[in-house]
Design a protein around this ligand. Structure first.
Ligand code: UD1
Ligand code: CA
Length: 464
């Protein structure tokens, strides 16, 4: 079987986006627009992948690792035909087929691309292009057919006669061509049209004049070939994508109390019988176990959560792991490097960072736990602060099993509390405390009877 190359067109500015950011870098479903079609094309195991960049080239190149990709720059964006020609150098000795995709057409499926490739090879075609039947064809190039129904050419909307514009069959902008035919034909493309551009679709007429076999395949679901040209279209597609992801998880046994306000990125996985409340965003490599409960207003990025975890209302979690049965929130902030063992409780207004908590340990109120390791069944009292930073360096705190840390305690790192230590309330601890010890800061407690009344009288007197 012959080899396959992929050329992805991503040089355009995307004028209608009205953005400083190149269009293909706008995120859809949490990843840059052009990566969608690129990742789908990779499923076909191409031997060469060429990405044509131009507008914002440097920024676009940083969005994808350069391994296995040839970047080609199109200095001036003077048409799709010219853009493909810019990639010619990468195909000098290449006699296989080239699949041409647009960076702004993200939903094209592997199935459709495979169907095109099979059709192209079966018919031994020089060029196969994807078409779609649209109720609303405005903006797309129209497919022209002869009396026998064979393709006769493509006319861009701006160049079309009113009669041609009535055609509902449009060019999807996705092509498979034999490489030698493609690059030879592109040399013959002219720019004598309304836009003064070198149109890739013009290779259809050139091929027909050479009596080459030109084939079309019609996409089954036209939503696959929708292009993104404006922010409205981006938002509409984001919504579609989101709805189909939500649908997939509901069909897999996950309850979404309000699918309209649930945002689940493609890369996320969720276990059965998990119940997710409104205003939840699950992003990146987040993994949610089975039978979990998420009350709502949760924002999770790269969070790995075991079965039967309960996230109460309003939690933000980034790059952390939580094991089975833990209860988090309401109003908790779990930052990178947090690892909570089974049945840990994190309560309201607790922040953790680089914090490892052993099984059954609790920190229920108003606490900061940073750069700390805590054993099992330890209780961290309200208002406990690990003082891990002196303005220059970060230091570690180690706390053992079954430790009782009283409220309003400051633990000045580096320091440690052995197993079964008891920290009295309102202590500042600066040293390593041996297992089983009590630690407290002696403070004199003074009482002045009648003081409030005296003070009030004095203040009133001053006002007169
Ligand atoms: C193009 C097709 C049209 C088709 C439609 C499908 C042409 C002339 N027209 O129109 O028939 O119906 O796609 O979506 O091809 N690009 C470059 N360099 C350039 C110009 C464009 O890299 O000089 C890239 C763009 O970044 C984009 C893609 O090519 O990713 C398509 O260009 P765009 O200007 O969006 O073409 P359409 O007007 O949508
Ligand atoms: Ca387009």
């Amino acid at each position: 079987m012959s080899e396959l190359g992929v050329i992805l067109l991503a040089a355009g500015q995307g004028t209608r986006m009205k953005s400083e950011t190149p269009k293909v870098l706008h995120p859809l479903g949490g990843k840059a627009l052009f990566l969608h079609a690129l990742e789908t094309a990779r499923q076909l195991d191409p031997t060469i992948v060429t990405i044509v960049v131009g507008h914002g080239a440097a920024a676009v190149q940083t969005a994808h690792p350069s391994i296995g990709v040839t970047w080609v720059t199109q200095e001036r964006q003077i048409g799709t035909g010219h853009a493909v020609l810019c990639a010619k150098g990468a195909y000098e000795a290449f006699t296989g087929e080239v699949l041409i995709l647009s960076g702004d057409v993200p939903l094209i499926s592997e199935r459709t691309l495979r169907a095109m490739l099979e059709h192209h090879r079966n018919r031994r075609a020089a060029l196969t292009l994807l078409t779609a039947q649209l109720d609303e064809p405005t903006g797309y190039g129209r497919i022209l057919r002869d009396g026998a129904g064979a393709i006769a050419g493509i006319v861009e909307e701006k160049d079309a006669t009113p009669e041609q514009r009535k055609t509902r069959e449009v060019n999807a902008g996705i092509y498979i061509a034999s490489a030698p035919f493609l690059f030879a034909a592109l040399n013959g493309v002219k720019n004598n049209n309304q836009q003064g551009e070198y149109y890739l679709p013009d290779i259809v007429e050139i091929g027909l004049a050479q009596r080459r076999t030109i084939e079309t395949v019609t996409v089954e679901d036209p939503r696959e070939m929708m292009g993104i040209n404006s922010r409205e279209e981006l938002a509409a597609m984001e919504k579609n994508l989101r709805q189909s992801i939500n649908q997939k998880w509901m069909q897999a046994g996950v309850t979404l109390k309000d699918p309209d306000t649930t945002y689940i990125e493609e890369s996320v996985t969720i276990g059965k019988d998990t119940v997710i409340g409104p205003n939840t965003q699950l992003c990146g490599q987040t993994v949610i176990g089975a039978r979990c409960r998420i009350d709502g207003s949760a924002f999770l990025t790269d969070a790995v959560i075991g079965d039967e975890v309960y996230l109460r209302f309003s939690v933000v979690m980034t790059q952390c792991r939580v094991e089975r049965g833990a209860i988090i929130g309401p109003f908790a902030h779990l930052r990178p490097g947090t690892a909570l063992s089974a049945n840990v409780h994190i309560g309201n207004f607790v922040e953790t960072k680089e914090a490892k908590l052993g099984e059954g340990t609790k920190a229920n109120h108003l606490t900061y736990l940073g750069d700390v390791t805590i054993g099992r069944d330890t209780n961290i009292g309200a208002g406990t602060i690990t003082c891990n930073y002196d303005g220059f360096n970060k230091y570690k705190t180690a706390i053992g099993d079954r430790v009782q840390v009283g409220s309003d305690t400051t633990l000045v790192a580096p320091m440690s509390l052995g197993d079964d230590v008891y920290v009295a309330t309102a202590s500042t601890v600066r040293h390593d405390i041996p297992a089983g010890a009590l630690v407290y800061n002696p403070r004199e407690e003074r009482v002045r009877e009648g003081w409030t009344e005296q003070k009030r009288r004095k203040m009133k007197g001053n006002k007169k």
